[in-house]
Design a protein around this ligand. Sequence first.
Ligand code: 16G
Length: 238
Amino acid sequence: MDSTLPRTDKRQKLRQGLLTLIGQHAAGARLPTERELSERFEVARETLRHCLRELEGEGVLHRRQGAGTFVSAQPVVKEARLMSFSEEMRQRGLVPSSRLLSFGTVQAGAKLAHRLMVMPGSAVLEISRLRLASQEPMALESSYLAADRVPGFDPAALEQGSLYELLEQRWGLQLRGARQQIEATVLSREEAGQLGVPPFFPALVIERTSTSTTGEVIEYAKSLYRADRYRFEINVSR
Ligand code: 16G
């Protein structure tokens, strides 16, 4: 690193360099040793340690005595914008995928009928998926769609693809807005197993009712997101 740079610029450059390096590693990966890092970034050990401590405080990495410095799993920051799971993951450089857990038709009970604005007793598709980001389980999601709004729905298309893209491409259904409710919960033994975490692990339940550009309710979905991998960000103004 250029020795003529003022100290704060040097620290800033080191911080940027470390963040870039961290970004190139998966969660849990071990970073090079302090000696290697101070040589690579041409900074004194003390300067490096100071920066590592700062990043540790921010939850970007963690250090284990005698074992080294490790990249921490970064929570996905969910913005209050109507995005699909696939869009959200791609935006964060992760590869979205799904495992179809079940698919079937159910008769809408009073609550579901009200949510989807259909007659009680009408046919509703129930799609349950495990959602993964770069192969890591992130959420369990059940989507409900009025069957007559999506005739000929083929769940096989969801193994690889996105539900929102399918709705748009196949039936021209574009989503405009959604109402969301977020609640804290703990996972059951089965849910925890599917998400690869211990039983009673904390999770967020998110219910979303999405409306199309023509004002129809298109989807009611209930999702369970691992609380360690999600953070909500909501912009407020006055
Ligand atoms: C999000 C939606 C979910 C929707 C899915 C579509 C929340 C809380 N839920 O996960 O309702 O079904 O995106 O994703 O954000 P896809 O287009 O990737 O299948």
